[in-house]
Ligand binder design. Structure first.
Ligand SMILES: Nc1nc2c(c(=O)[nH]1)N[C@H]1C(S)=C(S)[C@@H](COP(=O)(O)OP(=O)(O)OC[C@H]3O[C@@H](n4cnc5c(=O)[nH]c(N)nc54)[C@H](O)[C@@H]3O)O[C@H]1N2
Ligand SMILES: Nc1nc2c(c(=O)[nH]1)N[C@H]1C(S)=C(S)[C@@H](COP(=O)(O)OP(=O)(O)OC[C@H]3O[C@@H](n4cnc5c(=O)[nH]c(N)nc54)[C@H](O)[C@@H]3O)O[C@H]1N2
Ligand SMILES: [Mo]
Length: 759
């Protein structure tokens, strides 16, 4: 569906249900699908099927009859589209001309079918052979200092591909292994190890069946992990209160119609999901959680025994300093910074202390802030106060983004050398791994802008759209001597390319991957550390495609000196050997990987914090004493009038930079993504009208002009002084330095902007 005129309606009253099924049928239709794709969807997230390429939410065992959602179906349809980019396509379109296309149109052109090289003389991509591509790229890589080369991974590739990718980068000589998690849950990966000794969440699906209370901060479940609505609905049926913190009134999570429950669908009944919906200011969660902790401490001091004293004494460290820091923050400041009243927070705290166990679920609304790491630590503090980590029904639940982003980090896609078993690599694969810290995503972008990075290789992703600072990044990107894209479809980063540029099209995970030993299985790790096999189902989009492992092996062989211990050929012949190699690198996590993965339900990677075994420096779970409630020091509260805190968010019709269409039905926006959500009172105060065109300009004193125009005003239920608009359209507004302190996650949920009426 192409972009049309903006059309605003009431939001769809409930997620799931009829709307979802209609959505699926429309998507299958527009991608030219036969009904067989509908049958294929029954294999989604099943043990003998394929793992969905959309989100990373856990896969229950046994699965639901249809363990897929509207957005998973869209992702499958998008990958298996009948549209193809044939060589004639590039013969008739120069790259400059394609730059005028929308992101939606570029990807909708279909699957890439053979390797291509950019030809400077004609400004076209021209077909090349795989051997020529590998030799050309390998030769170029041998001419660079490895420290100037970046190996990015978007979170979709399998554990098998990711393991080979990092091994290739390290054998080449660099730890420059940024991945999508650097823009996403890195705040989690930094906060949790200090607090509880693991970089990942502690909850499993089991916990949803035992829990007494679920708190959800800044995670748009109905859109970004819709299958979780099943667990939430089951909890609601048991009478479990679900408390949602979100500045935007996200209707998708308020009510849910279970598409698997035909009786309720016939009468289009929906179930209330959120028992309490609180709308803090963007970034107000830190103050809100402080308020909650303060209340618990006060009530306990008054004799109510709401803290788990035994747990605090036996299992934790730093409680006194933490409690003292909470007492220092006065209520007026907590209310001003959170945007919530003490009374509203008391109601939440009452619900929380009434439950024997509670889970803290969160997404980008916590991590993508200047104090994103502190926000995750604060949620951990709140849970620790009542011993809610390492007990059934309790725990912290970061909802990961890409379907295998957690797995990729587990198999050592990381710029932090201390997180990878380098000595094991050295012993097993007979090379000297680099020991210095590599570049993360923000540092890589800085390196590109400053001309210090010479080549970027991408295992998926669309960095010129997904990174901050587009205004400076795009021209610098075009000066890169080399860009190499392993990809399924055409995107903006293939048009904004380096001086030498290659497109290496790969199989989708849903396609059959045949190698010397037969069809291969790959594996991925979900948000609850469950590792599952994925079996390709469909014939490849083109006979010329290679799998991601085969492409990585081809590049490695053409780049690295021969080394019999790096058995690229053997690994590609049989991916079981890759899993054996992963297991040898880290037996505690991956022993017997291949066999355990094949059991129904796969296996769960061990997580000491779940057993209250704290692998922190103090050997205890650590409370964090908070120093400031200010979530965004770049935009002090006093800056308020005339300026807005802009949150960049996803619609219901996109997967990150992949734009499926222009329907954001849970928010009632149709036909356009060039919009900005504002509170009706702010619209009135500024003398604006709905549908009027405005420009947003970043408020920063660094001399860089950042502006996005042509955004139509849409009234929405969000706090005054806040605004929301779509990612990636608004990424030019995000300064590169505006990121979380400890994790470098871009602060995409609080960009200080000023609004200018247009026309
Ligand atoms: N269909 C679909 N599924 C996806 C994706 C997709 O694009 N489409 N992307 C995948 C990826 S990579 C990721 S990381 C996840 C992202 O999934 P989410 O974590 O849900 O990310 P967003 O949609 O960016 O924003 C989440 C919510 O945070 C709210 N929010 C913004 N600022 C704040 C704040 O300061 N406080 C609070 N409490 N809330 C705030 C927004 O209103 C929004 O509802 O989803 C994954 N799944
Ligand atoms: N302002 C703002 N910026 C953000 C965010 C935000 O909320 N606001 N969110 C951030 C987050 S959470 C993330 S995760 C990043 C995502 O950033 P990226 O990883 O850069 O982007 P994606 O859109 O996930 O990548 C999509 C591309 O991956 C390729 N692809 C798809 N499937 C496959 C496959 O199977 N194999 C291979 N090799 N390639 C494939 C296709 O070419 C597709 O165009 O963006 C971040 N940027
Ligand atoms: Mo993400």
């Amino acid at each position: 569906m192409p972009e049309q005129d903006l059309h605003i309606t009431d939001p769809t009253p409930a997620s799931g249900g009829w709307g979802s099924l209609e959505g699926v049928a429309t998507i299958l239709g527009r991608e030219g699908h036969a009904l067989s794709t509908a049958a294929l969807l029954r294999k989604q997230n099943k043990h003998d099927g394929y793992m969905c390429v959309s989100c990373a939410w856990a896969k229950p065992e046994p699965p639901h009859l249809a363990e897929f959602c509207e957005n998973g179906a869209k992702a499958t349809a998008w990958d298996l589209t009948s549209h193809r980019i044939a060589p004639e396509f590039f013969a008739s379109h120069t790259v400059a001309e394609l730059e005028g296309w929308t992101d939606h149109a570029l990807e909708q052109a279909g699957r890439l079918t053979e390797p291509m090289r950019w030809d400077a003389a004609t400004d076209r991509y021209v077909p090349t052979s795989w051997d020529e591509a590998f030799a050309g790229i390998g030769g170029a890589l041998r001419g660079f200092d490895p420290k100037e080369v970046v190996f990015y991974a978007s979170g979709r590739a399998s554990n098998e591909a990711a393991f080979l990718w990092q091994l290739f980068a390290r054998a080449y000589g660099t730890n420059n292994l940024p991945d999508s998690s650097n823009m996403c849950h890195e705040s989690t990966s930094v906060a949790l190890p200090e607090a509880i000794g693991v970089p990942v969440g502690t909850t499993t699906l089991e916990d949803f069946s035992h829990t007494g209370c679920i708190l959800i901060f800044g995670q748009n479940t109905a859109v970004n992990s819709p299958r979780m609505l099943h667990q939430l609905e089951d909890a609601v049926k048991r009478g479990v209160p679900i408390i949602v913190f979100n500045p935007l009134r996200e209707h998708g999570i308020e009510r849910f119609t279970n598409p698997q429950s035909p009786s309720r669908m016939l009468v289009t009944q929906s179930r209330q999901i959120a028992a309490q919906f609180l709308q803090p200011l963007p970034g107000g969660d830190l103050a809100a959680m402080t308020g909650l902790c303060k209340l618990l401490l006060e009530w306990d001091a008054a004799g109510e025994a709401v803290l788990d004293d035994h747990f605090i004494a036996e299992e934790t460290h730093g409680f006194q300093a933490f409690a003292a820091s909470m007492r220092r923050f006065p209520w007026p400041e907590i209310e001003a910074r959170s945007g919530l009243s003490r009374a509203a927070l008391e109601q939440v705290a009452r619900t929380y202390v009434a439950a024997d166990s509670a889970m803290g679920v969160y997404g980008m609304g916590l991590t993508q802030h200047r104090q994103g790491v502190e926000a995750v630590r604060m949620l951990t503090n709140l849970l620790l106060l009542r011993g809610n980590i390492g007990k059934p029904g309790g725990g912290i639940c970061p909802v990961r983004g890409h379907s295998n982003v957690q797995g990729q980090r587990a198999v050592w896609i990381t710029e932090k050398p201390e997180l990878a078993p380098l000595d094991r690599f050295k012993a097993l694969f007979a090379f000297e791994p680099p020991r210095g810290k590599g570049l993360d995503s923000v540092e890589a972008a800085k390196g590109v802008i400053e001309g210090k990075v010479k080549a970027v290789l991408q295992l998926g992703g669309n960095l010129t759209r997904s990174l901050p600072e587009r205004g400076l990044l795009e021209p610098a990107w075009r000066r890169l001597p080399l860009t190499v894209m392993i990809t399924t479809k055409l995107n903006r980063s293939h048009l904004v390319h380096g001086r030498s540029a290659w497109l290496l099209p790969c199989l989708s995970r849903i396609e059959i991957d045949r190698q010397a030993s037969g069809p291969q299985i790959v594996s991925m790790e979900d948000s609850t550390s469950g590792i599952h096999p994925s079996h390709g189902q469909r014939e490849p989009a083109s006979p010329h495609l290679l799998s991601e492992p085969a492409i990585i092996a081809g590049l490695a062989k053409a780049t690295l000196p021969p080394n019999p211990k790096l058995d690229w050929g053997g690994w590609v012949d049989d991916y079981t050997r890759i899993r054996h190699a992963i297991a040898e690198c880290h037996p505690e996590w991956f022993s017997d990987y291949d066999a355990r993965m094949r059991r129904p339900g796969g296996f769960v990677r061990s997580n000491p914090a779940r057993k209250r075994e704290w692998r922190t420096e103090t050997k205890k779970a650590n409370f964090l004493a908070l120093e400031s409630l200010e979530m965004d020091p770049d935009m002090p509260l006093e800056d308020g009038p005339g300026t807005f805190r802009l949150m960049t968010v996803r619609s219901n019709d996109q997967f990150n930079t992949t734009i499926y269409g222009y329907e954001d039905r849970f928010r009632g926006v149709h036909g356009s993504r060039d919009i900005v959500f504002l509170n009706p009172a702010d619209i009135e105060a500024l003398g604006l009208t709905a549908g009027q065109s405005v420009a947003l300009e970043t408020v920063a004193k660094d001399g860089v002009e950042r502006r996005v125009g042509g955004l139509q005003v849409v009234p929405f239920d969000l706090p005054r002084g806040s605004a929301a608009a779509y990612y990636p359209e608004c990424n030019p507004l995000l300064p590169l330095w505006h990121h979380a302190k400890g994790s470098h996650v871009p602060a995409a949920k609080s960009i200080p902007v000023r609004l200018h009426p247009e026309g």
